[in-house]
Design a binder for this molecule. Structure first.
Ligand SMILES: [Zn+2]
Length: 315
């Protein structure tokens, strides 16, 4: 009989609760606002209510066996503890696994959200069949997960792959982490927007007539489709920066491929040429055409599918 699991993807803005089967197929999902700033207890009550609802939303089937929670921060998996989530203020040392397990009557595993996304794309999405793979998510920030020798890599300290904070420019802009010139200051939604604001402040040519603070990656994408110089230059810069970082990681670890997901990957057609140009010139471990540069296939379902991947061997 097909096994089913519950999944929770916690972001700084939205939370998605899902019911997935062991093949990573999302059977039901509900998204709701995180409303960062509320006490964790209230948000956890919401999460439990939405999870109970999705558990019964799909047509008849076995009850879910376990829950995996993807969290945007540092966690202690053994203790089921969310240590800190930089984009969700006030969430410090929250024993998430214990609380949710008691509320739902199910075993609960915590995982970094980038890792869940990576597991999903690797086992059920664009990265299927690859043994050594990096999955990068271009969203509000830049995150991701690393699969080495067919295993999720956690390192010795943090559970997260902090690729967004790889340095690209010693004199670059200040990042959300407080350091200067991180990849995220250019290749995230926040970074693209910042480059746009800079462009407008310099009075450089563009067809964008709105206010700088209203600029979004979606607007930049629409402008790029019309050949707008600002939008094309910004996506090119994001592509070059990604190319620099990704070529370093590919050379270091001998990766066969990189999957690019997250909302900003919607504009990959404009990011990809510059990214590939830099990557192809800087990869030295193999002929460039051996390195697969892939767009994620699962979108917002990736972390939910990843929850099934995390749980299916154990429960
Ligand atoms: Zn940073």
């Amino acid at each position: 009989m097909t096994k089913r699991y519950l999944a929770l993807d916690v972001g700084g803005t939205n939370i998605t609760a899902g019911l997935v089967d062991q093949e990573g197929l999302v059977l039901a999902r509900r998204a709701f606002a995180t409303l960062a700033g509320r006490p964790p207890k209230d948000v956890i009550n919401d999460m439990a209510a939405h999870l109970r609802a999705v558990a019964t939303e799909s047509s008849a089937g076995p009850p879910p066996r376990a829950l995996a929670v993807g969290l945007p921060g540092w966690i202690n998996q053994e203790r089921g503890l969310l240590i800190q989530a930089p984009n969700v203020p006030g969430w410090v040392n929250v024993p998430m696994a214990d609380i949710m397990s008691r509320m739902l009557g199910l075993p609960v595993c915590l995982e970094n959200d980038g890792n869940l996304y990576a597991l999903g794309e690797w086992l059920y999405g664009a990265g299927q069949g690859l043994n050594n793979l990096l999955v990068v998510t271009l969203g509000t920030g830049v995150g991701g997960g690393l699969i080495l020798e067919k295993k999720l890599w956690n390192g010795s300290f943090a559970s997260a792959v902090e690729i967004g904070h790889m340095p690209i420019d010693l004199k670059g802009a200040i990042c959300g982490c407080g350091r200067r010139g991180c990849l995220e200051t250019v290749a995230s939604a926040t970074g693209l927007r910042r480059l746009g604001v800079e462009w407008l402040a310099a009075g450089r040519p563009t067809g964008y007539l709105g206010r700088p603070e209203d600029l979004t990656p979606i607007i930049l994408y629409a402008l790029a489709q019309k050949g707008d110089e600002m939008a094309l230059t910004i996506f090119q810069k994001a592509g070059q920066s990604l190319g620099l970082v990704l070529s370093g990681v590919v050379n270091l670890l001998g990766l066969e491929g990189v999957v690019i997901g997250g909302g900003v990957a919607g504009a990959l057609e404009f990011i990809r040429p510059a990214l590939w140009d830099v990557l192809a010139r800087r990869v030295i471990i193999a002929a460039p055409e051996k390195i697969r540069l892939l767009k994620g296939l699962l979108g917002e379902d990736a972390p939910l599918a990843g929850a099934a991947a995390l749980l299916r061997e154990r429960f």
